[in-house]
Design a protein around this ligand. Sequence first.
Ligand SMILES: *[C@@H]1O[C@H](CO)[C@@H](O)[C@H](O)[C@H]1NC(C)=O
Ligand SMILES: *[C@@H]1O[C@H](CO)[C@@H](O)[C@H](O)[C@H]1NC(C)=O
Ligand SMILES: *[C@@H]1O[C@H](CO)[C@@H](O)[C@H](O)[C@H]1NC(C)=O
Ligand SMILES: *[C@@H]1O[C@H](CO)[C@@H](O)[C@H](O)[C@H]1NC(C)=O
Length: 298
Amino acid sequence: MNRWRDRAFATIVVAMALASGFQVAYSGQQFNQNFFVGWAPQNTFLSNGGSVMNLKLDSNTGSGFQSRNTYLHGYVSMSIKLPPRNSAGVVVTYYMSSPRNETTTNWDEIDFEFLGNVTGQPWILHTNIFTSGQGGREERIFLWFDPTKAYHTYSILWNDHQIVWYVDARPIRVYRNTPVTRATYPKWKPMNLYSSIWNGDSWATRGGLEKINWTYAPFIASYTNFKIDACPWKLPGPAPACFTNSRRFWWDQPSKWTLNASERSLYTSIRKRYTVYDYCKDFKRYPVPMPECSVRPW
Ligand SMILES: *[C@@H]1O[C@H](CO)[C@@H](O)[C@H](O)[C@H]1NC(C)=O
Ligand SMILES: *[C@@H]1O[C@H](CO)[C@@H](O)[C@H](O)[C@H]1NC(C)=O
Ligand SMILES: *[C@@H]1O[C@H](CO)[C@@H](O)[C@H](O)[C@H]1NC(C)=O
Ligand SMILES: *[C@@H]1O[C@H](CO)[C@@H](O)[C@H](O)[C@H]1NC(C)=O
């Protein structure tokens, strides 16, 4: 079924690209078309005929992959299954970031991070956003399901009006471009999509109290249903038509400039029930909250 949907989608996109003379990224079952392994290939493997990518953490190393293209605005989505049993200290990341190296100080980044736990205790979903290298906007929630039992879908919508983090199509976080946030809205830097698994036991679980128990290694995170429906823009180079003419695309329709009624009620109830940490409410850390904390989510 998925294969069908993706094929149909790829066909439409290719037809559109041919008709309009510019390129749009497409989702594919085949991992290698869209991504490459940038960290520790020996700790990664494909399964299910190339449609599932697996990242492994053992006592030697973690591993990671990234998209081949950089994108400015669009929608990225992936189904992820996290390592079962005792995963305290294990961190799985899934994020977009503008390209950076050791000397880059002004990168933009939109994050999902999953923090493992001891057997029977819940994983935490941690989110953050960086503009020009400035982060410190952490939020944490518990999930309403066990993310190790089945695949669940994690997505980012990014246009010039809002960034939305979705879990199984439910919005869990919004960062809006408003007069108050204009200076801190990720706007001009195209980003890659990355994912990795690594040892975060110095801080991740109960603040670093729980260390990785290597008896349970290797820890494996699995990925499938890759979908990148976004505007590829490789700098330096002129703005591509998919950016200058972005309103042609579903991710930049007025209906996607703000959450709709059903999304608003999902957002409200999820945040009420599952929030663990919200930097906007951490007055010890930020006696004066960050400017966006006063912005309504819609
Ligand atoms: C890091 O990236 C910047 C800008 O992209 C580039 O100018 C610089 O040469 C890079 N430095 C290294 C060490 O690769
Ligand atoms: C792990 O479980 C403990 C106990 O339920 C909880 O306090 C903690 O928030 C959980 N997650 C992490 C990442 O520490
Ligand atoms: C790691 O897990 C094993 C199996 O549950 C247990 O026997 C061992 O005591 C654990 N090690 C540590 C350091 O907690
Ligand atoms: C709201 O948006 C979602 C997509 O995120 C869509 O599935 C749903 O049908 C929309 N609901 C309304 C009431 O427009």
